[in-house]
Design a protein around this ligand. Structure first.
Ligand code: COA
Length: 176
């Protein structure tokens, strides 16, 4: 759907299911997320089939696939949860461990934010992460998100009440 220097950010397709199941099955990827590793292949196929037909302009979550332009490999995903008002959204992201720390999350999320703020007219994008998820919090800060709060013991994650960090970015703060 759109490209950056090294990446294509596009709709999911059925053939992505094995790679999607593989990186969701990595313990480090699942650690602060709602699912547990290993991630079943059947769940991956079902979810990818849903992602493939979802409408990114309707309220609710839309999951973008992030593909390496050089090889066509699926390296992760960016999720956008559009609010009913169509002017605000929540954001999520994952990059497969073998591809982390190469700037792919920064590049993919930058492409998605550019699309949301400049082409779709969104006013605000928010994100939250487990307070222990230093990679996610650092990525959001590096992208220009402001830390807006900490919800203490707000989420029951894998049997534990965990703190959530809250982040927000306004369109007028977006340098792109
Ligand atoms: C968070 C995540 C998407 C980052 O992906 P990535 O492609 O490795 O991130 P990038 O290479 O684009 O990093 C961009 C910036 O984010 C920060 N960052 C990313 N990973 C970091 C880490 N492990 N520790 C500290 N800072 C980190 C750095 O500021 C980095 O810039 P730098 O490399 O110039 O220092 C990845 O670690 C991931 O998928 N984690 C597991 C899933 C998850 O928890 N998702 C978030 C749920 S809220």
């Amino acid at each position: 759907m759109f490209s950056s220097e090294r990446l294509t950010v596009r709709r999911f397709r059925a053939a992505d299911a094995p790679a999607f199941a593989a990186y969701r099955s990595e313990p480090d990827v699942a650690h602060y997320q709602s699912w547990s590793a290993p991630f079943p292949d059947a769940d991956a196929r079902r979810l990818v089939a849903e992602f493939a037909t979802d409408d990114p302009r309707q309220p609710g979550w839309f999951q973008y696939a992030v593909e390496l332009r050089a090889t066509g490999e699926l390296v992760g995903d960016v999720a956008v949860g559009l609010h009913e008002n169509l002017r605000q959204a929540d954001l999520g992201f994952t990059v497969a461990p073998a591809h982390q720390r190469r700037g792919y999350a920064r590049e993919a999320v930058t492409a998605v934010l550019g699309h949301l703020f400049t082409e779709r007219g969104l006013l605000r994008v928010a994100a939250e992460c487990d307070a222990r998820n230093t990679a996610s919090a650092a990525l959001l800060a590096a992208l220009g998100f402001r830390r807006e709060g900490l919800r203490r013991e707000h989420t029951l994650l894998k049997g534990e009440w965990t703190d959530d960090l809250l982040f927000g970015l306004l369109a007028r703060e977006w340098p792109g």
